[in-house]
Design a protein around this ligand. Structure first.
Ligand code: ADP
Ligand code: ADP
Length: 229
């Protein structure tokens, strides 16, 4: 299990426009930290920096004490499982889509990953589109369901760190309780960073960090943050 640490991270996409203004936090091994905040606060930028799509202007990002600037992106990809907001599915069964990249996995392992992500009832269905007619096995997945396929694919790969950019559309078809349950199951015992769009879906996170205009403005658990109003 790995520890993720941001130390006074500053970042701007364009020189005269700072996006992160000294962000520090830690995700202890096996814990779940959620980042919430208004749109444009810099939440997704944090996950992009962690994946080394961009480099911080100053400050450090450490995994188990090692600066990620010294870790090759290919190695980083094995350590961090990134679940993006939008997922493009292949024109094959949901099970195939989950197994993609883990061809040595047994059907039981695939099913277990699907079960954890709560997408197992669709495992032999085909996503709608491409040359797949909407028929008996054709299925139109919502944004939240597609993200569950991506979650299952990521947990089947078994990375020690999970970064989940929670899809806003997840709320279209799932209740907040269902989303909480799924997050809870996939994050258990794994170092997890959740980019959350709603405080209500990250009730059980060990720590919630509120980001606003590139600064951490509050931190605490769900109860203490609600008490702040
Ligand atoms: P959040 O995830 O909190 O909604 P983001 O991290 O996506 O916020 O974006 C933070 C700010 O950075 C926004 O003002 C956004 O417009 C800006 N931004 C995001 N990506 C880029 C980019 N590639 N180039 C310039 N500005 C960007
Ligand atoms: P640990 O099990 O080591 O204490 P976790 O962060 O995995 O660490 O789990 C702590 C509790 O928080 C879990 O029992 C789970 O119910 C809840 N939890 C974890 N992550 C989330 C999340 N993203 N959303 C909602 N609840 C979560």
């Amino acid at each position: 299990q790995a520890v993720v640490r941001f130390e006074d991270v500053h970042f701007s996409y364009i020189p005269e426009r700072p996006i992160l203004k000294g962000v520090s936090f830690e995700v202890p091994a096996g814990h779940t930290v959620a980042i919430v905040g208004p749109s444009g606060a810099g939440k997704s930028t944090i996950s992009r920096l962690l994946f080394r799509f961009y480099e911080p202007t100053s400050g450090r990002i450490l995994i188990d004490g090692q600066n990620i600037a010294d870790i090759q992106q290919t190695s980083l990809r094995k350590v961090i499982g990134m679940v993006p907001q939008d997922t493009v599915l292949f024109n094959d069964t949901i099970g195939y889509n989950i197994q993609y990249g883990r061809w040595d996995a047994s059907p039981e392992e695939v099913r277990e990953a699907a079960r954890l992500a709560q997408i197992d009832r669709f495992i032999s269905n085909l996503p709608e589109g491409y040359d797949t007619p909407v028929g008996e096995r054709g299925l139109k997945l919502s944004g939240g369901e597609k993200q569950r396929v991506a979650i299952a694919r990521t947990i089947l790969k078994g990375p020690p760190i999970l970064v989940l950019d929670e899809a806003t559309s997840a709320l279209d078809t799932f209740t907040e309780k269902e989303i909480q349950d799924a997050l809870d199951r996939v994050s258990r015992g794994r170092t997890t960073l959740v980019i959350a769009h709603r405080l209500s879906t990250v009730i059980g996170a060990d720590e919630i960090i509120v980001l606003d205009h590139g600064r951490v403005v509050e931190r605490g658990n769900h109860t203490s943050l609600l008490a702040l109003g």
